[in-house]
Structure formats: structure tokens, C-alpha cells
Design a protein around this ligand. Structure first.
Ligand code: TA6
Length: 311
């Protein structure tokens, strides 16, 4: 079984307006809601690709119930820890007239130490033979930036080998020190993590190898938007380039990339074929609005068009 961990889930609302006029009533044209937060998006995409996950995390309040209900309706198994605070709502505001969208991400509820303790009890119940555990996204208030390092150490002590981490800043840096199996920063997060500005896939590969040596990380995936996905594992390194597509909304493309890789890996695909599936899933997300994420039919159509370059 694959487990996803989202400590700061969000109800994602994509709100469309014709235009934005200051100091006047802007009528909402549409308001589409999905369960969200990065780990939850990974669960939704793996579900769409025909895989199965259990979504773990902290949810609370009426929004927490709505989020869980929407996930259950999509067919995703959930085993959330309930908190007293209200799960956040993130908004994607689409301004049709200017063909632009803005992502408004809330900080999330304040979580108590007792709720963190309860949550770690749930983490310790993950079986050692778990196929993969994906830890992804931001954290709510009241939680230490060392929490992902704690999660990774706790899981590895239980014998869970395959832990993937997708985060940013201090959370990612501290998490890396605990030696996760896989990290998937985007290029901006990678630059912040390395303090370097690598130009092109070759340099990204070289910097990735330094991270792997320093922290004992087995796989580094760096998503570079339309430029594709770079993947390094042992002495293998590939650059997966998806076809050029018209972007409707790229929100969640990074999560779909992680989902495609983890799904392929647990299916026993070779490293380059895992990268191809990851790149195809990430690319397919841009074809849909808001946080609808991707459709299996689009992923299957894009898959053979992904170009793989060995580095
Ligand atoms: O990547 C898309 C997404 O997961 C959305 O669901 C949205 O809720 C946001 O990212 C949450 O990201 P954050 O970094 O705030 O946890």
C-alpha cells in the first residue's frame, strides 16, 4: 500500500470571474471545489491512474468533513487525524478577461501538541512493508519545521524504506538530513536547497549527485515545468521531456509528477519508465482547469510522446 501524508490539507476552490473591478461587486461565474493539499493531490492522481493509497493527515471542522467527503466520493481511502482547528481553504482566482489566475494559499489551522502526538501514533501504525510513503506540502501553525525529519526517522526506524519528500525551504532541508529515499523539488526549491543556480539538466544532475552523497538520498527528481523532469538514481540519469501543451492550469503538476513516479515504481517499472509516467502525469495536469488534476486518458495519450534523454 502507498500512504500519503498531508499535514496541511486544503479545500481548493477555483473561482472564476469575468474580470476584477476594484470597489465593485465582481460576480462569481463558477466555484469548483476539490480536496487538496499536496499529499492529497498525489493520492487523487494515483487513484486516477488505477492505483490505491491511504491518505493521512490533519483535518478539522466542517471544511475537514467536506474535504474527506469529497475524497471518499473520488474513491480515495482516508485515515485522517481529527483536530480542533478548521481545515484551510485555498483559492484559485481565475480572471477570464486577463486570462490569468492567482493562487491564494492560507496558512492553515493552529495544531496543538496533543494533536501532533495523536498524529504520530497514526504514523507509527504504518506497516514496515508499506510500498511507499509520500510526505508532501506545507505544515500548519504550531508545528516544528523539523517535523518531516521526525516523520522520516520514525518511518525508517519502523523499517519503511521508501519515503518520498516534496517540500520547500527549512522543511525540505531538515527533511533531507533524515535521508529520505526520494525528493522532488521544482527548480526554484532546488536552487533554494542547494544555494546554486544550475543552468540546464547536466548541472542539475551534478548538483543532485552532491545532495545524494551528502544525505544518502537514493532518487532526486527535479521538475522544470514545460522543460520537463530530471531524474537521478544511482549512476542512472535521464531528462524526460513532455510534448508542448496549451496550459489551462498547472496547479498540481508537481504532485502528479510524484504520483506518476511512485505509481510506476510500485508497479515495478524501470527507472526511465517511471520518469516517463511521472512526466506524462505532470504534463496532463495542465490540460484541466483549477485543481481538477489529470485524466488517465490524457496521461496515456501523452506517455508515448515523452522524449527520454539519457545524461
Ligand atoms: O500543488 C497544488 C496544491 O497541492 C493545491 O492543492 C493547493 O492546496 C496547494 O498546492 C497547497 O500547497 P501548500 O504548499 O500550501 O501546502
Amino acid at each position: 500500500m502507498i500512504y500519503t501524508i498531508t499535514m496541511n490539507p486544503a479545500l481548493d476552490r477555483t473561482i472564476e470571474v469575468e474580470g476584477l473591478v476594484p470597489e465593485d461587486a465582481n460576480r462569481i461565474l463558477s466555484d469548483v471545489r476539490y480536496a487538496g493539499g499536496k499529499g492529497i493531490d498525489v493520492s487523487r492522481v494515483i487513484n486516477e491512474l488505477g492505483g490505491e493509497t491511504i491518505a493521512l493527515g490533519l483535518v478539522g471542522g466542517y471544511t475537514g468533513f467536506e474535504l474527506e467527503g469529497r475524497l471518499i466520493n473520488e474513491g480515495v481511502l482516508c485515515d485522517f487525524t481529527r483536530i480542533s482547528g478548521e481545515t484551510r481553504t485555498n483559492i484559485i482566482l481565475v480572471n477570464k478577461a486577463e486570462d490569468v489566475q492567482y493562487m491564494l494559499n492560507a496558512a492553515g489551522p493552529r495544531v496543538t501538541p496533543a494533536e501532533i502526538g495523536l498524529f504520530f501514533e497514526k504514523i507509527r501504525s504504518i506497516p514496515p512493508d508499506a510500498d511507499f510513503v509520500v510526505i508532501s506540502g506545507s505544515i500548519p501553525r504550531g508545528v516544528s519545521t523539523k517535523v518531516y525529519a521526525q516523520l522520516i526517522t520514525t518511518l525508517k526506524a519502523k523499517g519503511v524504506e521508501k519515503v518520498a519528500l516534496d517540500a520547500d525551504g527549512e522543511l525540505l532541508r531538515e527533511g533531507c538530513k533524515a535521508g529520505p529515499f526520494l525528493i522532488k523539488p521544482n527548480l526554484y526549491e532546488f536552487r533554494r536547497l542547494t544555494g546554486k543556480a544550475p543552468k540546464g539538466p547536466q548541472e542539475v544532475m551534478e548538483e543532485s549527485r552532491k545532495l545524494m552523497a551528502e544525505w544518502g538520498i537514493q532518487v532526486v527528481l527535479v521538475s522544470m515545468g514545460a522543460e520537463g523532469l530530471l531524474g537521478v538514481k544511482g549512476d542512472e540519469a535521464y531528462w524526460a521531456i513532455p510534448p508542448k501543451l496549451k496550459v489551462v492550469s498547472a496547479v498540481g503538476a508537481g504532485d502528479a509528477t510524484v504520483a506518476g513516479f511512485v505509481q510506476g515504481f510500485t508497479q515495478g517499472l524501470s527507472f526511465p519508465e517511471c520518469l516517463r509516467l511521472a512526466a506524462a502525469a505532470g504534463a496532463a495536469v495542465v490540460l484541466t482547469p483549477g485543481t481538477e488534476l489529470c485524466h488517465k486518458r490524457d496521461v496515456e495519450e501523452i506517455l508515448p510522446q515523452v522524449e527520454l534523454k539519457e545524461l
